[in-house]
Design a protein around this ligand. Structure first.
Ligand code: ADP
Ligand code: ASP
Ligand code: MG
Length: 457
């Protein structure tokens, strides 16, 4: 069997959902399992409803919710779904009634907890999958709506809950096996899960890719297909450099590095369950299903170009810590990392000198508490509005001269930090946010302009 995951833009409206039905039909012999995101921008819109309600703007929040409801019913009805009081209409009405109650509660309390954010956000995937189940049925493919919350069991780290695989894997097998036996297509919500005591959780923004990989690994799928709005993993984000090439094939390590350093096309955690079972992951374009896409496998075939792709993240904060003692004291580094670990804030790039350490974080909600703790061990300065740019390629370690090409491309820019990853498959730079487009284009030109696109295409 195969797992087919469709992202927000690939289920954003009736046309997209109809395209999805064709894609599934063409793969019907492979026993597809469908994993879906919320329609288009629904997750953001639902969170906006929650924020608005918690600010006490009850009516405004209810009006926003009505717009979300109208959008879902309108797109469903274009496909002849939810026209009368059918199952889809009834289920969606129940969900919207529950959301209205949540809004009223939030407006009265004036406080929004991560737990309630997850409860609210979960409706996006729950709504889209109700419609999609009916879309498949109406296209002659018997389908069965699943409840991801019965299968993906997590800790209670709301908004980015950790998956408890020892409970999740058997739960997936238990719930999917009987459905697969009937020949019906399981329709599963990405992104959402549940704690063992029953609270709804989400596994991090963009987490539907991860859900697909978890299901694929638990069911020993032959293939995990990530259907999105671009031709595959490209040499950089095509929104930044429109000449970006499609990459035919890439290793798990390279893809993980790219995803980690900001290539939104794949959720960073997706790779983990797939690697565990050595299941190939394919990234495909739902708008151009005939295209080959990118295949991610254990080992990528050798590529002549030293750099495979360029990833980037903006809005990064650099934290500099200088030891107040003149010499690097024992345990200085470990104390710094302990503090970040205590707040569960990941550090992306690190550079050290004898007495100081610079590191980057892309999450600032707890930064001031962290800084207060860091000040107990050294002098601390914080610089916002930075970007990370990262060149990734398995061959970086074998081909000399790569740093020279990168530095030449960035010669007019102020570079704040440089790091060559311990894995030796990335070279990373930290620069000012406003120089990001220049840096990415410069590096892309330097590494890919003269390259024969046939290497990639
Ligand atoms: P989905 O809703 O299908 O999950 P996402 O928006 O999460 O889609 O991811 C797809 C987007 O990722 C693309 O539209 C593209 O702008 C962006 N992206 C960033 N880096 C890359 C890259 N290296 N290759 C392809 N797409 C990329
Ligand atoms: N709908 C969720 C989000 O917008 C998950 C996903 O699309 O992967 O983050
Ligand atoms: Mg995504």
């Amino acid at each position: 069997m195969i797992v087919c995951k469709f992202g927000g833009t690939s289920v954003q409206d009736a046309e997209a959902m109809t395209r999805l039905a064709h894609i599934i039909r063409e793969r019907i012999n492979k026993q597809p399992v469908l994993v879906a995101s919320a329609m288009g921008k629904t997750t953001n819109n639902l969170l906006e409803v929650a924020y608005t309600a918690a600010r006490g703007k009850r009516q405004e929040a209810l009006d926003l919710l009505t717009k979300i409801k109208e959008k879902h019913f309108k797109e469903a009805q274009k496909m002849d779904i939810a026209v009368a009081e059918d199952w889809a209409a009834e289920t969606m009405n129940v969900y919207f009634k529950e959301m209205r109650d949540l809004v009223k509660g939030l407006a009265a309390l004036g406080e929004l907890t991560p737990r309630v954010m997850d409860a609210m956000a979960s409706y996006g995937e729950r709504l889209s999958t109700v419609i999609l189940t009916q879309v498949l049925e109406n296209n002659g493919m018997p389908a069965q709506l699943m409840d991801a919350r019965q299968c993906i069991i997590t800790d209670d780290n709301f908004t980015r809950a950790g998956v408890l695989f020892d409970q999740t894997d058997p739960a997936i097998v238990e719930h999917f096996k009987p459905v697969l036996k009937t020949g019906n297509i399981p329709v599963f919500q990405g992104f959402i899960g549940r704690t063992s005591n029953g609270n709804t959780t989400t596994i991090g923004r963009g987490g539907s890719d991860y859900s697909a990989a978890i299901v694929g690994a638990a069911l020993d799928a032959d293939d995990i297909q990530i259907w999105t709005d671009v031709d595959g993993i490209m040499t950089t984000d095509p929104r930044m450099v429109k000449e970006a090439h499609r990459i035919k094939s890439i290793s798990f390590d390279e893809a993980a590095e790219l995803a980690y350093f900001g290539a939104k096309v794949l959720h960073p955690a997706t790779i983990i369950p797939a690697v565990r079972k050595k299941i190939p992951v394919r990234v495909l374009n739902s708008y151009r299903p005939e295209q080959e896409g990118t295949i991610i496998t254990d080992e990528a075939p050798p590529c002549e170009n030293p750099v495979k792709a360029i990833a980037f993240k903006s809005g990064i904060t650099v934290v500099n810590v200088t030891s107040t003692r003149m010499l690097m004291a024992y345990g200085f580094l470990s104390k710094i990392f302990e503090i970040f670990a205590q707040y569960k804030v990941p550090v992306d790039v690190v550079a050290t000198s004898e007495v100081s350490v610079s590191l980057t974080v892309d999450e600032t909600s707890e930064l001031w508490d962290i800084v207060t703790d860091l000040k107990k061990i050294g002098e601390v300065s914080v610089e916002g509005s930075k970007s990370i740019v990262c060149c990734v390629g398995d061959n970086l370690k074998n081909i000399p001269g790569v740093p020279h090409i990168a530095f030449s491309a960035l010669q007019d820019l102020k570079i704040q930090m440089i790091s060559q990853g311990a894995s030796a498959i990335n070279i990373t730079f930290v620069i000012d946010d406003d120089k990001l487009p220049e840096a990415v284009r410069g590096l892309h030109d330097a590494f890919f302009k003269k390259v024969d696109p046939l290497i990639f295409v």
